[in-house]
Design a binder for this molecule. Sequence first.
Ligand code: SF4
Length: 367
Amino acid sequence: MNRQVEQLAATLNCEADRLRHRVVFMEVCGTHTVSIFRHGLRAMLPASVGLVSGPGCPVCVTAQRHIDAAIELSRQEGVVIATYGDMIRVPGRSGSLEKQRGLGADVRVVQSTRSALELARRNPDREVVFIAVGFETTAPATAVAVLDACRDGVTNFSILPAHKLVVPAMVALLASEDVRLDGFLCPGHVSVVIGAQAYRPVVKRFNMPCVVAGFEPANILAGLIALARQAADGEARLENVYSAVVTDEGNRVACTLLDEVFEPVDTVWRALGSIPDSGLALRPKYARFDALTRFEIVPGEDEDHPACRCGEVITGRTTPDQCALFGADCTPLTPFGPCMVSSEGTCSAWYKYERHGATKGRKGNRQ
Ligand code: SF4
């Protein structure tokens, strides 16, 4: 452990000593989750500070109906599916994109929307469908691809629109009666785009401390210290300990692109159901790039595996080790739910770093 991290952990303990009751904070972002596990930060938490993972892994929160729609699209004649890597292994009701590929579907992993559009340009006789998942971090790149396709007259490119917005999900969580939180560690990447000020309504409406933090151990601990300090002082403020990267107003260019191509709509999240204005639909002038419309596919209902507790995991209601399938039936090689598939999923991180007792001797890292 480096000296700075050691000192910050000591400071966190000092702030925790001032707490009048145990508090539970949520790291909203999947990248935070992985960093926290990888660097063993949970073992450094004082007994009076709990930390739970939230709905910040884009693959994990994608509703099963969208996975099923992607699978249905992969079965269409002449269609090439272009997707980010983690998505292909997420189980839907009838297998996964990976399974479809084994059955002959053309499913390709791409690193960017630019590559997906390039695929369409190089294959004018095929229909390329990009599976557009992720938060405000990845949505601007999808917007650029749609604008480029529009400008260049690429007619064989479309997207399955499943992007999601973080703040409405935070609001929905706080509005749930059975979720008790004392503060949010707000996502660094998303905040680069939407700006720190985007969390002010959450602070104001729910009297909830919100701290924007980066992903290095020192920055995460700085965020937790800020949250613990606010809790000890009985305050609820917006703080940004990642100001070297995140501004108050965010990236205006990216936001303008988003606003040009998409409009907010109610959308279904895994475990959270339909959340008002939490998804992005193509605006009418770009509606021809919507693959669901183009191929006349109507997403069905969700039917998650009855024993899988991903929904509770991504809302901080339980931890992966409390799922009966964890580590035995459900492993990264045999995933039952998206939380075990995605590299940013809590079950996957828990399996990788926690199951061998990485937090042995921990004091306060369980909900
Ligand atoms: S361990 Fe597997 S089955 Fe259990 S909640 Fe996690 S992903 Fe779902």
